[in-house]
Design a protein around this ligand. Structure first.
Ligand code: UDP
Length: 327
């Protein structure tokens, strides 16, 4: 089976590509390399293209004759999206529609889509269920929710199937040590904490200590990137075999506060990690914890890395061996 992976040179995309290749799939990565790394995808076909280039995307689909798409290409920073809703809607929604239309034109009927916990906004209940209200607090979440709705209507009208995976906080790296998380600029908590442990940064800012949580800092549900990769492949197989569409949360079902993450990182690295308390970051809900019961039951997905020490150790292996990321 041949899979097109837009955004395959990014963090989650590249880890999924390794797993797809490992399991015998043929893979074509499409990436504009604005954030992705060419070196993260050495072992498959690669095409540099931007989803906003409608004609090129159509030609790629025409040429490569893929059976399905796993779509990661998107802008994905909450803070940035608050300042640039224009580029978030253009890239994530218009770009995504170009991809869907190219799929339609070339008779590709299956798409797995990277969505996010940010589609829920400030949750009413914890853990969050797929059926809970979706009221995004930021443009990033809104663009992902919009695309989910577009896929639903494309299914109705054009008989295309989708699998939406709403990720919570992704962390960790591939066990080979060859690929890992490398964003520029880096904004995510775990890589920044580990860069502080490495002495690349003097201190880590704690965004808000007055949330309504046990220690006043935000609580998140961290999931290992390879568990996520596994879920994409299970979702793909289920969709193609049963011609079914669905929406699934992906998390570990356990919450850790910003302060707890920093403490675990101190334990894992054995290093001092200095913190500076600052104001809240705009757009951040206090607590996000997934219920992943639906995917565990429906697709028999089971996270292999449920322990937070193991997840942070895996990220530490990558960061300590590659302090400058992909160079
Ligand atoms: N965070 C923080 N300091 C940082 C980066 C993040 O305190 O330098 C907090 C952030 O406010 C959130 C949590 O860490 O509560 C996880 O943020 P991240 O950006 O890693 O992921 P997000 O939740 O935005 O997907």
């Amino acid at each position: 089976m041949k899979i097109l992976v837009p955004g395959g040179a990014g963090y989650i995309g590249s880890h999924t590509v390794i797993e797809l290749l490992e399991r015998g799939y043929e893979v074509v990565v499409l990436d504009n390399l604005q954030k992705g790394h060419r070196k993260a995808v050495n072992d498959c076909e690669f095409v540099q293209a931007d989803l906003l280039d409608k004609e090129k995307v159509n030609n790629i689909l025409k040429q490569h004759k893929v059976d399905a798409v796993i779509h990661f290409a998107a802008n994905s920073l909450v803070g940035e999206s608050m300042e640039r809703p224009d580029s978030y809607f253009r890239n994530n929604v218009v770009g995504g529609m170009n991809l869907l239309d190219a799929m339609r034109a070339n008779d590709v009927k299956y798409i797995v889509f990277s969505s996010t916990a940010a589609t829920y906004g400030e949750p009413e209940n914890i853990p969050i269920l797929e059926t809970d209200p979706t009221i995004p607090k930021n443009p990033y979440g809104e663009t992902k929710l919009t695309f989910e709705k577009i896929m639903k209507w494309y299914q109705e009208a054009f008989n295309m199937n989708f699998m939406t995976l709403r990720y919570f906080n992704v962390a960790g790296a591939h066990s080979s040590g060859k690929i890992g998380e490398d964003h520029d600029p880096e904004t995510h908590l775990i890589p920044l904490v580990l860069k502080t442990a490495l002495g690349i940064m003097d201190s880590i800012k704690v965004f808000g200590t007055d949330y309504d949580t046990e220690d006043g800092t935000c609580v998140r549900d961290y999931i290992h990137v390879m568990d996520l990769a596994d879920a994409h492949i299970l979702a793909l197989q289920d969709m193609v075999t049963n011609r079914k569409s669905n929406v699934y949360n992906l998390g570990n079902g356990k919450g850790f506060s910003v302060k707890q993450i920093i403490d675990v990182a101190r334990e894992v690295t054995g290093r001092e990690i200095k913190t500076v308390n600052t104001d809240r970051r705009a757009g951040d809900p206090a607590v996000l914890i997934a219920s992943s019961d639906k995917i565990q039951e429906g697709l028999k997905w089971k996270p292999k890395f449920h322990d937070i020490n193991t997840i942070i150790s895996s990220a530490w292996k990558w960061h300590s061996n590659n302090p400058d990321g992909f160079v």
